[in-house]
Design a protein around this ligand. Structure first.
Ligand SMILES: Nc1ncnc2c1ncn2[C@@H]1O[C@H](COP(=O)(O)OP(=O)(O)OP(=O)(O)O)[C@@H](O)[C@H]1O
Ligand SMILES: [Mg+2]
Length: 396
């Protein structure tokens, strides 16, 4: 299977373009779908898509929990997840039925703390949690948020299996610059902790003092001068304490990786209809396939809406030219025609970009979601986006 594209949705309708249409409802209704991960580069609509899919799935009868990351304030308010307490809470306003929706917002630091507490003895955990390097790492290390999102997913999955509270977990991913960051985060974190510099600092904490070489003494002396003795001690203590948790961290990361590769997982790559975003989406599609992770499809979000007229851009500009020759001066009609031509060209350019993507990735099913005229900040907005994702007509 490795290297081949794994697609998981059922019947694929045609969109009129080369890409097969993504059948979102088939994905949501399939009881075998247990995890949906929405990923993509910064600002493309990952949080909005995750919340919309979760709501739609719940209103179609699934027992859903959505793990969101830094949702916009108003959206968080409308989903009742303003409190950053790592606890899924029922969303008020979900249409009554057999399904249910709980939502939570990832508290990165608390998730990290919980991992430490579950891995170390209470005494050691306390030492780690109070260490300034731990505090810095757990709240600001590049990749920590990504790592913790995956950690939380693992926890939610295990709990859901045990309690039966949820049969679908929808996961939002952090606002990374690159869509690939969250796949790389566990590795990056462990290679940081495994790194040469850290090993070097760790040496005296581990072995008997006589093993310390003269060379190492010089380095620690220099560092003591630069950082101060307490800082160095803190760092050494932190690394030594963390070292015992290493195996645990690695193992958990590997477990989560396997969960992401499982058949019950579906990745959706979200992209804006722009060259950079689609290029990044293409990398991501390759990477998922390289990692043997199941891709459900691509969501092109905030697509421009075609003007309600069959008039082509060139025809419109031809008419502008005729008006100019006839009247000699600009008119409102000419202005409107120009606007129409510009909008039509944007729509055509976006269609060409999507076409290029689907020619290069012919098996990737695609959903195109138009840009709404306002932000999406309440359940009605999410419901609307959910409908658009499922291919319903915009007015529905
Ligand atoms: N189809 C859409 N139409 C109109 N507005 C949208 C649409 N999709 C998303 N938005 C708006 O775009 C903004 C960014 O969306 P969102 O927060 O979901 O992106 P994100 O990928 O999660 O961003 P980040 O990378 O910062 O986490 C939000 O204000 C959201 O309401
Ligand atoms: Mg987001």
């Amino acid at each position: 299977m490795r290297g081949k594209q794994r697609t998981r949705v059922g019947p694929l309708a045609s969109t009129g373009e080369s890409a097969p249409a993504l059948d979102v409802d088939a994905l949501l209704d399939n009881p075998a779908t247990e995890i949906i991960v929405c990923c993509g580069s910064g600002g493309v609509g990952k949080t909005t898509t995750s919340a919309s899919l979760a709501l739609r799935a719940a209103e179609r009868g699934r027992k859903v929990v959505v793990l969101t990351i830094d949702p916009a304030r108003r959206l968080a308010q409308s989903m009742g997840i303003e409190a950053l307490d790592n606890t899924p809470r029922p969303v008020v306003g979900v249409q009554e039925g057999t399904g249910s929706l709980d939502a939570m917002m990832l508290d990165m630091k608390r998730t990290f703390d919980e991992v430490v507490e579950s891995q170390a003895s209470p005494e050691k955990a306390k030492q780690i949690l109070e260490n300034p390097f731990y505090i810095a790492l757990s709240s600001s290390f590049a990749g920590t948020q990504e790592y913790m999102a995956m950690e939380k997913l693992g926890q939610l999955y295990r709990d859901a299996k045990k309690s039966g509270d949820y049969d679908l977990i929808v996961v939002d991913t952090p606002p990374s610059r690159s869509a690939l960051d969250f796949l790389d985060a566990p590795e990056r974190l462990s290679s940081f902790l495994d790194g040469k510099f850290i090993r070097l600092l760790l040496a005296p904490a581990r072995g008997p003092a006589r093993l310390m070489t003269a060379g190492f003494g010089v380095i620690t002396n220099a560092l003591t001068k630069i950082l101060g003795a307490t800082v160095l001690q803190d760092l050494q203590m932190f690394v030594a304490a963390f070292d015992t948790l290493f195996g645990g961290f690695r193992q958990r990361a590997e477990k989560t990786f396997r969960l992401l590769q499982a058949d019950g997982t579906a990745f959706l790559v979200i992209a804006a209809p722009e060259p950079d975003a689609l290029r990044e989406a293409a990398y991501f599609v390759d990477r998922l396939s390289g990692e043997d992770m199941p891709l459900a499809g691509l969501v092109v979000n905030r697509a421009s809406v075609a003007p309600p007229s069959e008039l082509g851009a060139d025809e419109a500009m031809g008419a502008v030219e005729k008006l100019r020759r006839r009247d000699g001066e600009p008119s409102v009609t000419a202005g409107l025609l120009r606007l129409h031509a510009a909008r039509t060209r944007i729509v055509e350019r976006e269609a060409a970009l999507r076409e290029r993507f689907s020619v290069a990735n012919p098996r990737v099913a695609t959903a195109v979601v138009p840009a709404l005229s306002t932000d999406v900040h309440d359940l009605d907005g999410l419901r609307r986006i959910g409908g658009l994702l499922a291919g319903e007509a915009p007015s529905a």
